[in-house]
Design a protein around this ligand. Structure first.
Ligand SMILES: *[C@@H]1O[C@H](CO)[C@@H](O)[C@H](O)[C@H]1NC(C)=O
Ligand SMILES: *[C@@H]1O[C@H](CO)[C@@H](O)[C@H](O)[C@H]1NC(C)=O
Ligand SMILES: *[C@@H]1O[C@H](CO)[C@@H](O)[C@H](O)[C@H]1NC(C)=O
Ligand SMILES: *[C@@H]1O[C@H](CO)[C@@H](O)[C@H](O)[C@H]1NC(C)=O
Ligand SMILES: *[C@@H]1O[C@H](CO)[C@@H](O)[C@H](O)[C@H]1NC(C)=O
Ligand SMILES: *[C@@H]1O[C@H](CO)[C@@H](O)[C@H](O)[C@H]1NC(C)=O
Ligand SMILES: *[C@@H]1O[C@H](CO)[C@@H](O)[C@H](O)[C@H]1NC(C)=O
Ligand SMILES: *[C@@H]1O[C@H](CO)[C@@H](O)[C@H](O)[C@H]1NC(C)=O
Length: 826
């Protein structure tokens, strides 16, 4: 990739630059000329559809093979959708919505689309200009990198790289004359590094003649077709960029197609010069994509292939444990609790696929331990001893930070401690990690008081993540077992969350749909009272622990209510003058995922995932998908402030197959979540039901922007520099920068930047992976910039992959980000 392409992207995102003519042209090029159209436009078959179709077909095949091996029946999906393939693959597991499967597919196709933005003028990424050897090199090196990633269980970079190489592979069928040569099958040698790609036309061989009167069907020279010579179109903004007699790509912005030989050969859509072959090219591209996936399956094995696709259920249990001397009193209880939780999941569908342990004390953070074996994990927990001096504050944020960088995104992380954080300077970094990984953090804070010192910060972090900060004692700890077991249920959905800080009495309503079971209300805060009001008008006060509406359990500052599930509109009336937070969750097969995306200009074009916090006062676009249910439709999407009544309604555009684009004119000022309401026909099919869901992780706007760009490939043993820039439309002053990565490869970075109001400043992060670093090791780099006084901050996250031998750089830095990570890990 090159800097220039990113510049293009940058300018295109900024409307004020669009009047500069060359940039304007480039913007249009981005949207209009290259490849199968990345989004779904007028009936043409897009990169997105080709990718999604190939993944669904190949995954179905693999599931069928696995079922046969296990001597299970396999009922093929009736139609090809994420929900139906998920159900066919895991029939006994009705709770699986396919949310993670969908998130993986979205990660692949947004990464695919990003190639058109980041590499718009790069020939080899699109097989333009007869760059067959270089194009294939991208594909085969990418495949090697994907296989290395899978071996390291790094599925996220693997998905992003797959998306990128799918783009190049799929373009071959649109941009070369493979289809015109009469081929009905994929060119299998494009996914092998060693075999000839075909009979390639050399640079001096003319391949095309001018189209006659706008009809380009016969513009490829007959001798080229007769001799079976492979060629591809030239594409450039300058007409001089084409050797004599060569074919052009064609289309509005390809200037080479204006000069002799006039016209082009691309099959990007039905209106293209060779649009009559569009469908055929797209179909072969689907098969080619499946062939590449088959190769990955062969190397990875079926289990890892299904994990890569995000279709198999697996979660990680992560404990971050304070081991200072003062905790010796309760550490035995923590061990018992851990054991109970592990046992309760063992052998069930909900058995974690891995366990992570991070010990910390008042001086340092211990080594992170990760295992897939529950017995080893129990041993690791059991040998923890509490010792050391009794400082009054601990390195709890350092421990949490380590867990957040090493656990897969969307993990459940439990922090056990008996003291406030000592390392509060890590607050913004920890929040950035929570936002970008969408992991849920629950604190179990040992104290005899209901509002112990330091709990405010734990409360804040927990709330941002959608978790709880529960104050416990040695005696009450066993009572939170349920909470931990429940909150690590894979098909957990969020129905409502709200905060009142400062506290005040308020009423909250939420809609419960029939797909929901195990409806649970969590109210954290003390003192408070509340009453529950059912859809049929029955009420129950918090003083009644076992009533007709449900049972109430109080542990420390937490009230947990198990509601008897009843469909309809519920209400909770809370009375308190102290800060409190409310969360309603359930188990359901109907859920949604979303990403904040940026459209490249124009309509019917590609979109890229936006990393970091959205900019204050600006509009944003969400790419949102509902999964599960029975063809549910989204009717309302809003950004709702968790602490008040501020709401921004979105304008919804349905893209089909449960995908929606939602345009928001502005972002709320305060912390917010995404609220989705919709209609589903319900399993009975007799009546339409309405449902409501909310996102778990809280977001907030920032007046800062952090952009970072990796130029080139990170190789083991070689220093690597990543430049970044920080822009503010807020306060001037000395901004603090923090950079961290999940591998400890950072050697130094710019730690502060002086910014004027509206200004931009540059810095860099220096990294070096040790010589022994295995190829395919993922590196997640987070760069946080904090305004003076820490009132505001923003961040950027880059996904890199270490290579040994000049393999592919995994991320298109600006473009392929951890924001994808949401529900995306297997
Ligand atoms: C990226 O790297 C290339 C070659 O290493 C160099 O020529 C170019 O200036 C770099 N671009 C940036 C923005 O650093
Ligand atoms: C969204 O904001 C950008 C500037 O940030 C502006 O150029 C664009 O027109 C806005 N879009 C709409 C639809 O208002
Ligand atoms: C493409 O794949 C489909 C489904 O596997 C198969 O039926 C068809 O024969 C393949 N076509 C080609 C041209 O390989
Ligand atoms: C909550 O609802 C009750 C009953 O309708 C009402 O009396 C009360 O004023 C409401 N409280 C708030 C804060 O709206
Ligand atoms: C609800 O939770 C209980 C225990 O927490 C569990 O036994 C039960 O299976 C759950 N119900 C459903 C429908 O998952
Ligand atoms: C948002 O939409 C909802 C439902 O359509 C409506 O009740 C509400 O008034 C709207 N809010 C704003 C601020 O437009
Ligand atoms: C959702 O929309 C589709 C297409 O508009 C329609 O066929 C279907 O009945 C709708 N489903 C519900 C539950 O309204
Ligand atoms: C900015 O702050 C850092 C650390 O707080 C300090 O080392 C640096 O000198 C400051 N820079 C300026 C220009 O004041």
């Amino acid at each position: 990739m090159s800097w220039m392409h990113s510049q293009v992207l940058w300018f295109c995102g900024s409307a004020s630059m669009a009047s500069a003519l060359p940039v304007f042209l480039l913007c249009l090029v981005l949207t209009d000329s290259e490849a199968f159209k990345p989004l779904k436009p007028q009936n043409s078959i897009t990169h997105q559809e080709i990718t999604e179709t190939a993944v669904l077909l190949k995954t179905t095949e693999v599931c069928k093979a696995v079922a046969a091996k296990e001597r299970r029946d396999f009922v093929p999906p009736k139609q090809l959708s994420v929900t139906s393939v998920q159900q066919a693959c895991s029939p006994s597991d009705a709770g699986l919505t396919g949310a993670k499967f969908k998130a993986s597919i979205v990660a692949m196709y947004t990464s695919n689309a990003a190639v058109d933005v980041a590499y718009v003028l790069s020939d080899r990424h699109h097989f333009d200009r007869e760059s067959f050897t270089d194009g294939r090199k991208l594909i085969t090196e990418g495949m090697a990198s994907v296989k290395a990633n899978i071996q390291q269980e790094d599925f996220i970079p693997a998905r992003l790289t797959l998306g990128k190489i799918f783009h190049t592979l799929q373009d071959f069928y649109s941009h070369s004359n493979w289809i015109e040569l009469g081929n009905k099958r994929p060119n299998s040698n494009l996914i092998r590094p060693d075999l000839p790609i075909g009979n390639l036309a050399d640079i001096n061989t003319p391949t095309c003649r001018s189209c006659s009167e706008g009809n380009c069907r016969d513009n490829i020279l007959p001798e080229i077709l007769k001799e079976g010579k492979l060629t591809s179109g030239y594409f450039s903004l300058l007409s001089s960029q084409k050797p004599k007699g060569k074919c052009s790509h064609g289309g509005l912005f390809d200037q080479t197609s204006r000069t002799d030989p006039v016209g082009g050969i691309n099959k990007d859509d039905f209106e293209a010069d060779h649009g009559h072959l569009h469908r055929e090219a797209a179909n072969v591209a689907i098969n080619a994509t499946m062939e590449l996936l088959e190769d990955i399956r062969g190397a990875a094995g079926e289990n890892d292939f299904l994990r890569l696709m995000g279709i198999t259920r697996s979660s990680v249990l992560c404990f971050v444990i304070d081991t200072t001397g003062s905790t010796s009193d309760y550490i035995a209880e923590v061990k018992k609790l851990a054991s109970t939780i592990i046992d309760s999941k063992e052998g069930t569908d909900e058995e974690p696929s891995a366990y992570i342990l991070v010990p910390f004390n008042d001086q340092e953070v211990g080594e992170l331990k990760r295992t897939t074996d529950s017995n080893i994990f129990k041993v690791q927990i059991n040998i923890i001893t509490a010792d050391g001096s009794g400082d009054t504050a601990e390195m709890s944020l350092s421990g949490l930070q380590l867990a957040l960088t090493r656990a897969p995104p969307s993990s459940e992380i439990f922090v056990f401690t008996d003291a406030p954080a000592k390392d509060v300077h890590l607050r913004s970094t920890v929040i950035a990690l929570i936002e970008s990984t969408k992991s849920v953090v629950t604190f179990l804070h040992f104290s005899s008081q209901l509002s112990p010192a330091g709990n405010d910060l734990y409360q804040e972090l927990a709330e941002i993540s959608g978790g709880q900060a529960i104050v416990v004692t040695k005696a009450t700890l066993p009572q939170v077992t349920d909470i931990i077991v429940d909150s690590s249920t894979p098909d957990l959905v969020n129905i409502l969350q709200a905060v009142r800080n400062p506290g005040r009495p308020d009423n909250f309503t939420f809609t419960v749909d029939p797909s929901v079971s195990n409806l649970t209300v969590y109210l954290t805060g003390s003192p408070l009272t509340f009453s529950l009001h059912s859809p049929t008008g029955v009420s129950q006060s918090s003083a009644v622990t076992d009533g007709s509406l449900g049972s109430v359990k109080a542990v420390g500052n937490l009230n947990m209510v198990r509601l008897n599930t009843q469909t309809g509109l519920w209400e909770i009336r809370v009375t308190s003058t102290q800060p409190y937070s409310l969360k309603v969750t359930a188990q359901s097969g109907l859920d949604f995922i979303y990403n904040i995306v940026e459209m490249s200009q124009g309509s019917g074009t590609g979109f890229i995932v936006k990393e970091g916090r959205p900019r204050a006062g600006r509009n944003i676009t969400l790419l949102l998908s509902v999964v599960g249910g029975d063809s549910p439709n989204v009717t309302e999407v809003a950004l709702v402030e968790v602490s008040g009544s501020g709401v921004e309604n979105g304008t919804i555009e349905a893209l089909g197959d449960g995908d929606y684009l939602v345009f928001m004119e502005r972002v709320p000022d305060d912390e917010f979540v995404v609220l989705v309401k919709g209609a589903d026909s319900g399993s009975s099919r007799t009546s339409t039901i309405t449902f409501q869901r909310q996102s778990t992780t809280r977001l907030r706007a920032s007046s800062l922007a952090v952009t970072a760009l990796a130029n080139g490939t990170m190789e083991a043993g070689i220093p690597f520099s990543i430049p970044f820039s920080v822009t503010t439309n807020g306060m001037e002053g000395n901004y603090t920068v923090r950079a961290l990565d999940n591998r400890g490869f950072i050697s130094s970075f710019t730690t502060s930047l002086v910014l004027s109001s509206g200004g931009t400043a540059q810095g860099s992060v220096e990294l070096q992976a040790p010589d022994s670093t295995p190829s395919g090791t993922d590196v997640t780099l987070t760069v946080v910039a904090e305004a003076p006084g820490a009132a505001d901050f923003n961040y950027n996250v880059l996904q890199l992959s270490v290579s040994k031998c000049n393999a592919l750089q995994v991320s298109v830095p600006l473009l392929i980000p951890l924001a994808l990570l949401p529900a995306l890990w297997t």
